[in-house]
Design a protein around this ligand. Structure first.
Ligand code: AMP
Ligand code: MG
Length: 353
């Protein structure tokens, strides 16, 4: 049994077409249909392993302009370009060096984006006006088949309105973008759930611009050098990586980051509580919704769907207990930090019983 199509969930669109397609063995006719939309300069949302991407022909500025318009995304925020082969990725960049070759061989297809100086194939708009471009090969067969059939690199930011929670299911895309895009390919929930690790390879010292499920240690080991841990406060990360804006992955509902010790100070009625990590979750009184994501894989996979659920449930407040320390939790910590504001005396007063 495959995933349930959106129309069985009662959310069929009158504007945007939604087609169910197997993630691992996509029907070639459906792929050809979607590739035709891309070739015509249209927008197709499809599953990658990280989140659903909103795809357009990366080499066509008027197609790419539609991505910015549909998302309401500022034009200075660069798009990640997805390809099906290393050869096509190389055609998007210049200076493909030994480091890029090693990382691509090791981690592609997979959730690692490499930022390199861009070639003439990639227009200004795709790169947000930068001289560089981020490229990667996504893992699911559906994503690679679409790129292969369209026969062009596909620019695909997350398929959500700018600054909202990223979509990990086709229904999330539909809720945010129905009527604004041509087609959604529904291949069920994504498997990784958090956006890719973005690695800047432009200078001699590679830098992590956005943490993801490919970890710093794995990159260091592959390159045989030490690189700095991701630092959200590093000013220099900001202009080249607007994904690092402080509030970027936010739910509609007010969302507060708290320490376990702060829990007893809070009236949890009609709130959602999200806790992470192995071991016993804090037991709490009359909470509205209670989630416990046990390990970093489950947390990555389910975080955004959990936040979407909390929004739909119209709880008063989402309280996220700070995830554990440890390198495998860096990406989850980064996203929950950007989705929330820290607990403060004012918040405590607002939340008092
Ligand atoms: P999204 O499209 O929302 O998944 O986010 C893509 C993010 O990747 C951007 O917001 C940037 O943080 C990062 N990115 C993409 N291309 C580049 C680039 N050329 N230079 C630096 N960061 C990039
Ligand atoms: Mg995004």
């Amino acid at each position: 049994m495959g995933p349930k199509p959106c129309w069985e969930l009662g959310i069929m669109s009158s504007h945007t077409r939604i087609i169910l397609v197997d993630r691992d063995h996509p029907d070639p006719e459906i792929v050809a249909d979607a590739a035709f939309v891309i070739r015509q300069g249209g927008l197709v949302a499809f599953a990658t392993e990280t989140v659903y991407g909103l795809g357009a022909n990366a080499t066509d500025p008027s197609a790419v302009a539609k991505i910015y318009a549909a998302k309401g995304r500022p034009a200075f925020n660069p798009l990640i370009v997805h390809t099906d082969t290393i050869e096509r990725a190389r055609s998007c960049v210049i200076d493909w060096d030994d480091r890029a070759e090693r990382l691509a061989t090791k981690f592609w297809p997979g959730p690692l984006t490499l930022v390199l100086p861009r070639s003439k194939l990639i227009p200004d708009l795709t790169a947000g006006g930068l001289s560089t471009v981020g490229v990667r090969i996504p893992a699911p067969a559906i994503a690679r088949a679409l790129i292969n059939a369209a026969d062009c690199p596909i620019a695909a930011p997350s398929a959500n309105r700018s600054n909202r929670i990223s979509p990990t299911q086709a229904s999330h895309v539909h809720d945010d973008l129905n009527g604004r895009i041509d087609l959604i390919l529904d291949s069920g929930p994504t498997t990784v759930g958090l956006e890719s690790t973005v690695l800047d390879l432009v200078s001699d010292r590679p830098r992590i611009l956005r943490p993801g499920s490919v970890l710093r240690d794995q990159i260091c080991e592959t390159l045989g050098i030490e690189i700095e841990e991701f630092d959200p406060n590093r000013e220099s990360a900001r202009p080249v990586s607007p994904g690092n804006l402080p509030i970027h992955y936010a739910p509609h509902t007010p969302c507060i980051l708290i320490k376990p010790s702060e829990l007893p100070q809070i009236d949890l009625s009609n709130c959602a509580l999200i806790q992470f990590g192995p071991g016993q979750a804090e037991t709490v009184g009359k909470v509205g919704l209670n989630f416990h994501l046990l390990d970093h894989c489950q947390a990555g996979r389910e975080l955004y769907a959990t936040l979407h659920l909390c929004d739909q449930a119209h709880v008063r407040m989402i309280l996220i207990v700070t995830p554990p320390e440890g390198p495998e939790w860096v990406a989850v910590r980064d996203r929950v930090t950007r989705a929330s504001t820290p607990f403060s005396r004012k918040v405590a007063a607002d939340l008092k019983a």
